[in-house]
Design a protein around this ligand. Structure first.
Ligand code: PLP
Length: 228
């Protein structure tokens, strides 16, 4: 089940790359495993998936312990509380959801020297919705400038979660806006564009995503009643 869904999503990604003039295999799949079990992750792993994204630190660490024999790259994609930065800095490879200078400073200070620098994306709020997560586009240059100076972080790019839209063209608009704002900064080292989820994967790829974060389409719908 998970392995056939994985194949299906890989095929959709490839088709979207071809359709929208993207380089083949330039879009990475981040499997979003929040609320799913370690054995769900193991199924996807056996089918070839290596990058997994989690939103809740405690839950992620329990699963990570079970899966320590697996060569998994762990991405954190959820809201960051300052009392959790130590766990993020010590246990994860990527953090996509940085939107605050103090959080970035803590992550750098707490990243152990024996690990490679922590890969960072800055989360941008491109829909101006009520959601508090993400910096506004006009705040992005300042945060980029600060994060770039932090020694134990590597700034890879930007992440976004726009408000849901029902049609393909409306889905593309916020991504187009984000990508052109980032391009205007003229920083070719920013190569990670973390956007696109189960419902807008094609629109995201059409606009330049390099990391689509897929949960539901891969693992099925989530049940939040158990642990959160
Ligand atoms: C849950 C989540 C996803 C996955 O969403 P689906 O619609 O299930 O594919 C992607 N990104 C973030 C930040 C999430 O919290």
């Amino acid at each position: 089940m998970i392995s056939s869904q994985l194949n299906k999503i890989q095929a959709q990604i490839y088709l979207a790359e071809i359709t929208h003039n993207r380089v083949a295999h330039s879009v990475n799949l981040l499997a979003v495993s929040k609320t799913k079990t370690a054995s769900d992750i193991a199924c996807a792993y056996r089918a070839g998936q290596r990058h997994f994204g989690e939103n809740y630190v405690q839950e992620a660490l329990l699963k990570k312990d079970c899966l320590s024999a697996f060569d998994i790259t762990w991405h954190f994609i959820g809201p960051i509380q300052s009392n959790k930065t130590k766990m993020l800095a010590t246990k994860f490879d990527w953090v996509h959801s940085v939107d605050d200078v103090k959080i970035a400073q803590r992550l750098s200070a707490q990243r152990p020297d024996f690990l490679a620098p922590l890969n960072i994306c800055i989360q941008v709020n491109i829909s101006d919705e009520e959601s508090k997560s993400g910096v506004k586009l006009h705040e992005l240059p300042d945060l980029i400038a600060t994060v770039s100076t932090l020694p134990n972080l590597v700034l890879r790019g930007v992440m976004a979660i726009p408000a849901p839209q029902s049609n393909f063209h409306a889905q593309r608009e916020p991504y187009k806006k984000l990508v052109s704002a980032v391009n205007a900064l003229n920083m070719p080292e920013l190569t990670a564009f973390s956007f696109g989820m189960s419902d807008d994967l094609e629109a995201a790829i059409a606009e330049g995503s390099t990391w689509v974060r897929i949960g539901t389409a891969l693992f099925g719908s989530r049940n939040y009643t158990s642990s959160h």
